[in-house]
Design a protein around this ligand. Sequence first.
Ligand code: SF4
Length: 277
Amino acid sequence: MAGREVAPLARCHWSRADRGSSLVGVSGAGVRMNIISSSYGNDSMSLIQWAHERDLPDVTVVYCDTGWAAPYWPQRVQDGERLAKKYGFATVQAKSLGMKELVRMKKGWPGNGQQFCTAHLKGVPFLQWADENDVDCKATVLIGKRRAESEARKLTPEFIEASEHHGGRRVWHPLYNYSDEQRNMLLERAGFDVLPHRSMECNPCVNANRGDFLRLTKGEIERVNDLEVEIGKPMFRPKRFNAIGIHGVVVWAKDGRKRANIESEESECASLFGCGV
Ligand code: SF4
């Protein structure tokens, strides 16, 4: 896993004509697979509900295990998978090498400017599974990204015809124009409450905000601290929080001191595989 190439992969480029014109991927050879790339956060859950209400055919929901989720997140994943299965969708958990091994391998943390975590923890396992199960790259990859989520995602397109980061597959963001209210109505019909935070597939995420830091459990703080000590580098750049190490960052979060809006710092990397949605 660690040795896999993570640069943009584009082995299956093909023309729009090859794909046929249907949005849900019906080709001459039959129904094309629809793959929901899910982190089981609010937007992912609402996308599952949306796919059910649209009778989307041949759906598989793929979750990538980053090895860095919040302790309670596996339960959320189970709940999400239960709903997906109830709707007749297949579910898959794709294993990554895990954040700890990644940080050890890179001898450093992912962060602004070099956000390699998305490629290794989500991109690689997702593509490995997709390449084995959709060898000719004809599947459509659905991601629950919405323009209303953040400044960084305000230009989210409905389609990316041949995404180089998804093996040349078509990427579809069906909820790209959905408001929070519309998303919440989908969640309500799915029987899920709206979470007051992003997906906890990685906790803390490199894009964590003040609320995320305040929600960290003692165990999660120590997990970061242990790795910081092991590699001799803090997870969060000291200049960002005027603090060295996770304990200092948590103190900053409790202090309430001001800093720039972290939402605007989210890199395009995190956006590619729908981190947090
Ligand atoms: S951007 Fe955040 S959620 Fe995405 S892989 Fe990196 S740490 Fe995990």
